[in-house]
Ligand binder design. Structure first.
Ligand SMILES: CC(C)(COP(=O)(O)OP(=O)(O)OC[C@H]1O[C@@H](n2cnc3c(N)ncnc32)[C@H](O)[C@@H]1OP(=O)(O)O)[C@@H](O)C(=O)NCCC(=O)NCCS
Length: 187
């Protein structure tokens, strides 16, 4: 499916653009963000490559990767403040791994929650997937119950995807989620 475009109250989930490199570098180049992911801070040149590869992957047919910008709708140009990624699994069918990261300067304002809702709505409604899973970092044990996924397992330590655009956290456990009831899904 192309293009993806979904809005929530404050955010726009959209396709990546070449001018998103600066916004992406503010995340992937920042050790505060990469501390929770599976790689060290990237250089600006690395990020240019990641953005270019992600944009190219959107043209694949069938499309297997949805590397998307999370943009701030308050800003005229739709400045990128985060990144989300859905990577379709070949097995089982209609499943995907997902990950996301936001610019550390905007953490703590509920954008993370809004981003997850947008990504899950994209997965379950736009792409009609049946299952989405993601890895999480150990510190997230302090999440309150209302943030917990409907089902969780802790046996698998693998990460969602292998390429450099993977925003998954340090592998430690996996969580999976099925479509939520309608009234829980609105972004
Ligand atoms: C995880 C992340 C997206 C959260 O963004 P955010 O905008 O600060 O999130 P929110 O403001 O919506 O917070 C949602 C809840 O998660 C909690 N939370 C946020 N980051 C957390 C963390 N690292 N560990 C535990 N809880 C966390 C918040 O306290 C809040 O809980 P509360 O409502 O009970 O107070 C952001 O910290 C980030 O980009 N981290 C680096 C990448 C990463 O870890 N990605 C996640 C897995 S791929």
């Amino acid at each position: 499916m192309y293009p993806i475009s979904r809005h929530s109250r404050r955010l726009h989930l959209r396709e990546l653009r070449p001018d998103d490199v600066e916004g992406m570098f503010a995340i992937y180049g920042d050790p505060r963000a990469t501390e929770h992911m599976s790689f060290d801070p990237r250089t600006r040149q690395d990020v240019e490559g990641i953005v270019a590869r992600s944009i190219a992957s959107a043209a694949a047919d069938p499309r297997q990767e949805y590397a998307l910008a999370v943009a701030d709708t308050d800003n005229d140009g739709g400045r990128l403040i985060g990144f989300g990624r859905l990577a379709l699994d070949p097995h089982p069918p209609r499943a995907a791994g997902f990950g996301f990261a936001l610019n550390p300067d905007v953490w703590g304002n509920g954008y993370g929650t809004e981003t997850v809702r947008l990504l899950l709505a994209c997965a379950f409604e736009d792409l009609e997937l049946h299952r989405v899973w993601g890895a999480r970092s150990p510190p997230q044990h302090r999440l309150r119950p209302h943030h917990a996924p409907r089902r969780a397992t802790s046996a698998n330590t693998s990460n969602a995807a292998a390429n450099g655009a993977n925003p998954s956290p340090t592998p430690s456990s996996t969580t999976s989620t099925q479509p939520l009831p309608q009234n829980d899904r609105s972004p």
